[in-house]
Write a new protein. Sequence first.
Length: 467
Amino acid sequence: MKKKTTTPSGDSRRSFLKKAGLGGLSAGLLLNESIHEQLEYLTQKVNRNGVPSELKITDMRIAEISGVVFRTPIVRIYTNQGIVGHGDVRDGAAKEYALFLKSRILGENPCNVERLFKKISQFGHHGRQGGGVSGVEMALWDLAGKAYGVPVYQLLGGKYRDRVRLYCDTTVSPDPHEYAKRMQERIDQGYTALKMDIGINLLRDIPGAIINDPGGDLKPWQYEYRDYRLTKHPFTAVQITDKGLDRLMEFLDVMRSQIGYEIPMGTDHWGHFGVNEAIKIARATEPYNLAYIEDIIPWQYTEQWKEITQSSTTPTQTGEDIYRLYGGFHDLIEQHAVDIVHPDPNTAGGILETKKIGDFASQHGIGFMQHHAAGPVSFLGAVHAAAATENFLWLEHHAVDKPRFEDLVTGIEKPIVQNGYVKVPEKPGIGVELNEEVVKEFLIEGEELFAPTPEWDEIRSWDRLWS
């Protein structure tokens, strides 16, 4: 007698399908229940609005904030499946750098990050001009991670570390002892890597400290048609006398006497002067074992950087204003012109390009830091890039004195910064969402929260760069 076959129902059905798994689908073809009914049951908890292959960009808008951070336009990219991605245009940059790209990405699948980056990357450049491309790239990674349900670092190949070490700036004081006290306060907060701004601005009231002094507040002095701040270093003819140099070294001496030699400490913002003065300073700082001397001349002068690097044991570092690996980092790294590269993900081209810069530096035995001075979304985007890059050293935290900085985002354990480190987010995408109520508090005057931007929907030019 042929045995009767029955279809599981109720609790027995649930148990049967759980045990059968996908194999149960094949068996189901022999049962009375249709394959469609079984598929519907097995996938009842699947989000049917989250199919990565069908994801499309439908809109892009901006909310520009200030006060809680440097002036920063926040990018939001919308999709047909209801998920949104966020990124920051670099601090101090124009929101139009990002809005200009909207027409190039509408209707595209944001998960194709590298392809879209190649489409929009021609519209970025060095300094703040890289902010639009970089902010959009970060928002695309945020969307891709959310669509696939994984953190961004996983999409980059995984992570080397579970937490990322920070370095922080210290507010300048003309009194070296007050300056040292402020540095100590950073250490007391848990920071294990520091940076101080030190330079000829601290010599403004000392007669005979500077030759060709640009002026008491560094603003009135003119090099023909440009003011001092807009004049590249080789063209100012500024020199530092022994008297001036001794005063600057006094700051370092007091600093090291206060914080000791266990803490890495770098320096920045020395002033605008040529390669000879830079070498003079680099050599003078050697007894204080600086972790690096940053941007002592503009990044473009590769040969001069190499000369400085080879003339002193003080490590050299540059890169926060360089756009892309092959835009400037490649030559600095390949020629060993600096000891450490220092991209800002909000200028360099975003998360993946920053990792590529770090990887290329690693191949050449060069260290890798990250600059950052925008909002918490891109700060955590930088954390993902740092986590996924082997030779990473430190990431800048420029909002130590901004108590509402972390309030701008939700969905993450707080405080985000703990004892000078950030845990690498494990949630999908960058790992946070915006706290819109707090964002509203810091919108710049006249700005709306993610107001519509239909005027940027249409391409207005032929973008091809070849014939």
